[in-house]
Design a protein around this ligand. Structure first.
Ligand SMILES: Nc1ncnc2c1ncn2[C@@H]1O[C@H](COP(=O)(O)OP(=O)(O)OP(=O)(O)O)[C@@H](O)[C@H]1O
Ligand SMILES: [Mg+2]
Length: 629
């Protein structure tokens, strides 16, 4: 960006310089034109004065006055010469061309009838040389001004001639002062030539030797001028300017129109070498270009350097950040810079260090945790192995149990069926013959024990089934009142000889029915009632059986309450465990195996109900259980 701007400034400056040069050139040309016009005006004016002088002398009566002597006439001319201050000599010629008088008394009597000035004046003209002529007698170049002298009868009596030396023309240039140009270095280098129309040098400010020489260069210049403009350079109205052969050339013809002076067909060439005018300027431009170029190059290098100083740390930082992003936290961000980039880098470095530290801590923790996990895994594997082993053992124990149970049901129950059958036959006495009282008594004992054994085997099997979760429940819709009636109808065989008041309190509607396995629920009732029967007193025993709806009529609750010994509070929790019996003297009397309540619990829970002892009940024992309604 900055190099581009610098380059633009350079271009603009260069164009500016070119415009400046063109302006200077125009200014110079105008100045030269003004100078040339001024010189030519002065020259014309001088020439006009010389023409006026000769006209004055021509018209003077003194020179043709027959009454005055020749020496008086010459005294007059000498006094005129002194007052004019411009002539080398003033001469008088008779009409034959013989010099009859001269202010310098040179070559008197000389016949100059062949001279142009004489012949032209004799024609009645006022004559002047356009090219200075060498006067041998005076030893200098002069311009002859000649005019006729008329007598009283208006005939040409003779000719008066003035000779102006060439150096009088030089005086004009001296008076003007060529050094006065406003453009530096031009004044002393300005070449000034006064040329006649055939290329003869009349005046040169730099080459004295060329004066009155015809220089081919000027002839060429004139001819080129003629060809190019198709008009004469001598046209007094034109002032020409051109640049030719590395020179600015201003040419101004001598003007006409000043009184009766018609001009000498001279023109003035002012030449300045372009090197002189623009050399310094060109040098300045060259220096400017070189210095600007150097500044541009230095600024580009400087900018590149600064850009590198800025971009290098940023690029380095970016690479590091990418590396960190990839998870390489080890490589240190080492950027030494006193600016914002350096500050940013140091912040990144401290961030990297903390991330690295965190990463290392995390890695360490991961390793530790992995080790712990591996250890735990190993422990788990060992535990698994151990559990597998135990499981195997359990499976084999389960198998053994199952085998035992099938053995119990087969090996124990199978012999009971015929034993029971035969004892029944004995007791019915019809087919086997009459038994005496003693035999009857013994047979009854055998029968009761067979029944007991049968109950025990069934209870053990049920207990096992419950434990194994294999108790089969066949639910049917059972009317609760029917269920209660069925339970009550079985009571007399259970009560035996005891005097017990059985009270049934059905607090439910007649049509109330529950989904249950009737045989199993009756088994629960039997277990609970049998226990109560065993623990109520022999006389005035009381058992109350209640059925009611509880829990927003979602459950049917059955209760068996008695007025027996009750159960000590500290034993209540263990009652539903298998084979648990409260150790009292009554046990002997009560008998049993301690399975009844455990089986009852299994059956109730298999129906989605609960069984418990009412701890608040004080009269004896109160067992309650629920079956969903
Ligand atoms: N109504 C009750 N009053 C006092 N004690 C009771 C009552 N019901 C049960 N028990 C106590 O609870 C114990 C466990 O009873 P459970 O019915 O489970 O077994 P069991 O009656 O001893 O034997 P099984 O019922 O298997 O023939 C009983 O031995 C008894 O000590
Ligand atoms: Mg019992």
């Amino acid at each position: 960006m900055i190099p581009l701007m610098s380059f633009s400034i350079l271009i603009v400056s260069y164009v500016g310089f070119q415009n400046f040069a063109a302006t200077i050139q125009t200014q110079l040309i105008n100045e030269l034109k003004a100078m040339a016009s001024h010189i030519m005006d002065r020259l014309s004016y001088q020439m006009f004065e010389r023409v006026a002088d000769i006209q004055f002398l021509s018209a003077s009566n003194i020179l043709v006055n027959p009454n005055l002597t020749k020496s008086e006439k010459m005294d007059y001319l000498r006094s005129m010469e002194r007052s004019f201050k411009s002539y080398s000599s003033i001469s008088l010629y008779d009409k034959e061309g013989i010099k009859i008088g001269d202010t310098r008394s040179i070559l008197l009597g000389e016949n100059e009838s062949q001279k142009t000035f004489f012949n032209e004046a004799m024609k009645g003209k006022v004559y002047y040389d356009t090219i200075p002529i060498l006067s041998e007698s005076l030893g200098q170049y002069v311009i002859h001004f000649a005019a006729p002298l008329y007598n009283e009868s208006n005939d040409i009596e003779g000719v008066v001639v003035t000779r102006q030396p060439l150096n009088k023309i030089n005086d004009v240039f001296k008076e003007i002062g060529l050094q006065d140009t406003q453009i530096d270095s031009v004044g002393s280098n300005l070449k000034l030539d006064l040329i006649s129309d055939n290329g003869t040098v009349i005046y040169s400010n730099y080459d004295r030797k060329s004066i009155l020489q015809i220089l081919p260069g000027f002839q060429e210049l004139i001819s080129i001028n003629d060809q190019q403009n198709n008009r004469s350079i001598l046209n007094p109205a034109s002032a020409e300017t051109r640049i030719y052969n590395d020179e600015i050339i201003v040419s101004v013809p001598q003007g006409t129109g000043h009184l009766d002076y018609t001009g000498s067909n001279w023109f003035l060439l002012l030449r300045v070498n372009t090197d002189v005018v623009f050399g310094n300027l060109q040098k300045t431009v060259d220096h400017f270009l070189i210095v600007s170029g150097i500044i541009l190059v230095i600024s580009i290098i400087l900018i590149l350097f600064i850009a590198r100083t800025f971009s290098l740390p940023i690029t380095k930082l970016m690479k590091k950040v990418i590396e960190i992003g990839k998870g390489n936290y080890d490589s240190r961000i080492d950027i030494k810079s006193s600016d914002e980039v350096g500050e940013l880098a140091s912040h990144f470095e401290s961030m990297r260090q903390s991330v690295n530290q965190m990463n290392q801590t995390l890695n360490k923790r991961v390793i530790e945790r992995t080790l712990e996990l591996e250890k735990a895994n190993e422990e788990l594997r060992l535990n698994d192995e151990y559990l597998g082993k135990i499981n195997k053992e359990l499976v084999s124990a389960g198998k053994a149990k199952e085998e035992f149970m099938s053995m119990v049901s087969h090996e124990l129950k199978t012999p009971l069926v015929p034993a029971k059958g035969y004892v029944e036959l004995l007791l019915k006495q019809k087919k086997t013959g009459e038994l005496n009282e003693k035999q009857k008594k013994y047979a009854s004992i055998v029968y009761r024990n067979i029944i007991k054994l049968e109950v025990l085997v069934n209870d053990v099997l049920d207990g096992y089934k419950i434990e194994m979760g294999r108790l089969k429940i066949q639910k049917n819709l059972v009317n609760v009142r029917d269920l209660m009636s069925s339970v009550v109808s079985d009571l007399p065989s259970l009560i035996g000889e005891k005097q017990i008041i059985i009270k049934v309190d059905s607090k439910i509607k007649e049509e109330t029915a529950i989904m249950c396995d009737q045989r199993r629920i009756e088994q629960v009732f039997a277990n609970l009632i049998k226990n109560s029967i065993d623990f109520v007193p022999e006389i005035n025993g009381k058992i109350t059986i209640v059925a009611e709806l509880i829990q927003n009529e979602t459950m049917v609750q059955f209760s068996i309450e008695d007025n027996g010994t009750g159960i000590p509070a500290d034993k209540m929790n263990k009652l539903f465990h298998k084979f648990y019996q409260i150790d009292t003297s009554l046990i002997r009397k009560h008998g049993g195996s301690g399975l009844g309540l455990a089986i009852s619990k299994g059956i109730v829970e298999a129906h989605g109900g609960k069984i418990w002892i009412d701890k608040e009940y004080r009269e004896g024992a109160a067992f309650r259980f629920t079956i969903p309604f």
